[in-house]
Write a protein that binds this ligand. Structure first.
Ligand SMILES: [Zn+2]
Length: 814
């Protein structure tokens, strides 16, 4: 989900009250010792208490306070961790990374007896270092935690702030959402003369109801029709353990992959590669399938790992799967943002009221970075217990370097869409950059929740569509035919910058998409958000069309399609090592200095080195790569005009003034006007813009445009300026209706109506091909050690380059 920027101005307000809730956290080192096991047993360490079985050593400890347990293990080989309630045996925390760099973190009650279980999963290391610490989290609540919307029309927000209540980040000009933890909070608010409406009467209950639904579903469905049979949301340790188990079960098809950078909390990020003979450095085209950039978007990683199971369980029985696995390589990285995911996933549902205080653990979106411009008082504590709560961190999907730093990402460290201190400042994003820079990934899906969307580049409308637009859009449409989502460029919602596709495509050349899965929340009940969405069942948009499962297969088929990437082929002695590389300079957006685009600095640049290698096997080779020329420099798609555009239409503001409406634009108060759009042969409109403006930047009007079928075709709902421009490219002829909503007026000021309205038409932009051609620098190291001549390889999308000369021996000395 792409977060709104509306509330960013008030984030700092929310924090001011938050700091008092959590109090000082203190760490206790309860355990610090060696654990040993004479034998390795490949078993789950976090599924249950193994009571001292072979391959394990346990330590018992007692939580001194209510808060967090943090068990860390380090050493050689592959050791894992599980933490359990000593009495009930219930899971508390787990860690099952590929090596022995483990952090198991979960929530505990004061006085709770715990078993910390260390397990030697595989490898030669007979011992490892275990340390266990606790972090106290202050409990506050004595009753139901409710979320209320406090009316600030008559009394100002400074007064509300001074009450010391738990203000949330959700606010409008005339209201602030506040968490009331107990009756004392209610009394404080009323005594100060504030009025409010209840938004959620019992926040913990609402979330718990979803998880109860999940528990009931799991109990009555021991095995679902998902490829793995999974029936509930996995924990972080489940992902790592299952990937290790898949690698052991299918050694001829699966290779483990550990990404280069550790997370802020020190975790290792893992994935698997799936193809026939996965250890070979072959030249197959690569599909990268990712989940959980955003911590709370649990279905996104479920989808990613289920596709891995799909390929592996159907290999050898389904001809389609077998053929695709043999001819492509799929890399699955289910959890990009491990730190954030663990906090969101392990959020307590009872007993720890802090769960819905300033922290709101379950709704954490970002990673764990303390950004450089965080005020000192918010920099203390662990990620799961710090004075800024869930607001600490950078949005990994606003931190990619391509067109980083523009609109649709926040400059404010505490905002949910904070872009980070610089392009590629975050380890999670550096991991993806490193992967894409060292492996010739031709196709990519980054999964998110929610909104039923298949999104492609560009994130910003004015950036323009790539020369590949028709192929790119058609591939999106083939996938959307299965999941039933809308197939749009990223800006189809509104402009965003620093997203994954705008670097992986424009710089590295891979056909990249964002999936926004589902319609009913960040992590809805499992049966809907995962089982139905994956399989295309139930109430989902992909019901009866194959769902995301078939959309992913569509992407894998496109990965194999050589007309969608580039091929370098030729003859070379078997066992030759081939390498292609290029070093390029990538530009950010002109970098915004505030969230409103009223202070914009210069473009920044950074260097990318893309370097790929393969080893030949046989006398000829075929290497699937991306085009040698970056799409960003190649040109932009467009078309010639077949006539002049339609004349602009002036719009008069209808009589009267609609009331403020922050709800549904059609059923709530609004104004509207209709207009006719013509088409060929009379005119040729390449772009239509519905424009309104007004006086004061603190007033907020929004525009929504519908076609005659009543479908929303474009909108503009920005904040903090005096114009809205809703844009539609190549508008089909017909009658349209613009709906104008009065989102916000300024307190105590004269009514600020929108004044000038206009519908503008422009000719299409012609296709521009710059003619710039970039080359891959290709080298060959022959098995016989003879010198070869480096080669410049220029190859376009769909093209094929004969590079036999690269491994031919040089004539004479060089
Ligand atoms: Zn997301």
């Amino acid at each position: 989900m792409r977060g709104s920027l509306r509330s960013s101005a008030l984030r700092a307000v929310a924090l001011a009250s938050g700091i008092t809730l959590l109090g000082g956290a203190s760490a206790h080192a309860a355990v610090d010792q060696k654990v040993t096991a004479s034998k390795a047993v490949a078993q789950s360490c976090h599924a249950r208490n193994l009571n001292g079985a072979a391959g394990t050593q346990s330590v018992t400890t007692t939580a001194p306070d209510t808060g967090l347990i943090r068990a860390r293990l380090s050493g050689g080989g592959d050791w894992d961790l599980g933490v359990f309630d000593a009495n009930s045996g219930r899971f508390v925390a787990g860690s099952a990374s590929f090596g022995s760099n483990e952090l198991a973190e979960g929530f505990v009650k004061g006085g709770q007896k715990l078993v910390v279980q260390a397990c030697r999963f595989r490898g030669d290391a007979t011992s490892a270092d275990l340390s266990v610490g606790f972090v106290k989290i202050a409990e506050k609540s004595t009753g139901k935690v409710q979320l209320v919307r406090v009316d600030t029309t008559r009394k100002d927000k400074d007064a509300l702030q001074s009450l010391g209540l738990d203000l949330t980040e959700k606010a409008s000009k005339n209201s602030v959402d506040v968490v009331l933890h107990d009756q004392a909070d209610v009394k404080t608010l009323r005594d100060a003369g504030f009025t409010y409406t209840v938004q959620v009467a019992d926040m913990e209950a609402q979330s718990k109801a979803d998880r109860d639904k999940d528990a009931k579903f799991a109990a009555s469905n021991p095995k679902t029709q998902l490829p793995s049979g999974s029936n509930q949301y996995r924990h972080l340790a489940d992902y790592d353990l299952e990937m290790k188990q898949l690698a052991m079960r299918y050694p001829g098809l699966v290779k483990e992959l550990t990404l280069r950078y550790k997370t802020v909390e020190g975790r290792t990020v893992n994935g698997i590669e799936i193809t026939q003979n996965p250890q070979a450095a072959d030249g197959k085209p690569i599909f990268l399938q990712m989940g959980v950039h955003h911590a709370r978007e649990w279905p996104s990683s479920e989808h990613a790992i289920e596709f891995a199971y799909d390929l592996l369980t159907n290999y050898g029985t389904s001809a389609r799967t077998t053929d695709l696995v043999n001819t492509t390589r799929t890399i699955v990285v289910p959890i990009v943002n491990e730190d954030g995911f663990n906090i969101s996933r392990e959020a307590p549902h009872a007993g720890l009221s802090a769960s819905f205080g300033v922290f709101d653990y379950e709704m954490k979106r970002k990673n764990c970075r303390v950004s450089a411009n965080t005020p000192a008082q918010y920099t203390t504590g662990t990620c799961a217990d710090n004075p800024a709560g869930r607001l600490r961190g950078t949005d990994p999907n606003r931190n990619y370097g391509g067109i980083w730093g523009g609109g649709g990402a926040s400059t404010n460290w505490s905002d949910d869409t904070y872009r980070g201190d610089g392009p590629f400042s975050e380890p999670e994003v550096l991991n993806v950059r490193d992967l894409q820079s060292t492996r010739a990934i031709t196709n990519l899906i980054t999964n998110h929740t929610f909104s039923d969307l298949v999104l492609r580049v560009p994130g910003v409308a004015d950036f323009g569509a790539p020369l590949e637009e028709s192929q790119y859009k058609a591939l999106g449409a083939r996938m959307a035919a299965h999941n039933g989502y809308a197939n749009l460029p990223g800006y189809g919602l509104y402009d965003t910058t620093g997203g994954a596709e705008d670097w992986t495509f424009w710089t590295a050349g891979s056909l990249s998409f964002t999936f926004e899965i589902g319609t009913i929340g960040f992590h809805p009940p499992y049966n809907n958000g995962v089982v139905d969405e994956y399989l295309g069942r139930g109430q989902t948009a992909g019901a009866g069309k194959g769902g995301n499962r078939e959309a992913y297969y569509e992407m894998l088929a496109a990965t194999r399609d050589q007309s969608l990437h580039s091929v370098i082929a030729g003859s070379a002695p078997s066992g030759s090592e081939l390498k292609i590389s290029k070093t390029v300079t990538t530009e950010t957006s002109p970098v915004w200095n505030n969230d409103y685009g009223t202070d914009i600095g210069p473009i920044q640049t950074f260097q990318d080195t893309l370097e790929y290698s393969m080893k030949t096997d046989g006398s000829t080779f075929e290497w699937n790569v991306n085009p040698s020329t970056r799409p960003v420099v190649a040109g932009r798609d467009g078309r010639p005009a077949t006539g002049a555009p339609q004349a602009d239409i002036a719009v008069a503001n209808p009589a009267g003034q609609p009331a403020e409406n922050t709800g549904d634009q059609l059923s709530g108060a609004h104004e509207e006007f209709s207009f006719d759009v013509q088409g060929p042969p009379a005119v040729d409109n390449g772009r239509m813009t519905v424009h309104i403006d007004w006086g004061n930047p603190d007033t907020d009007w929004d525009v929504y445009v519908y076609n005659q079928a009543g479908e929303l075709v474009t909108q503009s709902a920005s904040f903090g300026d005096t114009t809205e421009d809703a844009t539609l490219f190549d508008p089909p002829p017909g009658r349209y209706t613009a709906v104008i909503v009065n989102y916000d007026q300024i307190d105590g000021q004269p009514y600020d109506d929108w004044g000038n309205g206009r519908v503008d038409f422009e000719s299409p932009r012609p296709r521009t091909e710059t003619g710039i051609k970039e080359a891959w620098r290709m080298t060959c190291r022959r098995p016989d050690g003879k010198a070869t001549t480096p080669l410049d390889v220029i190859v376009d999308r769909g093209g094929r380059f004969d590079a036999s000369a690269a491994c031919a021996t040089t004539t004479g000395r060089r």
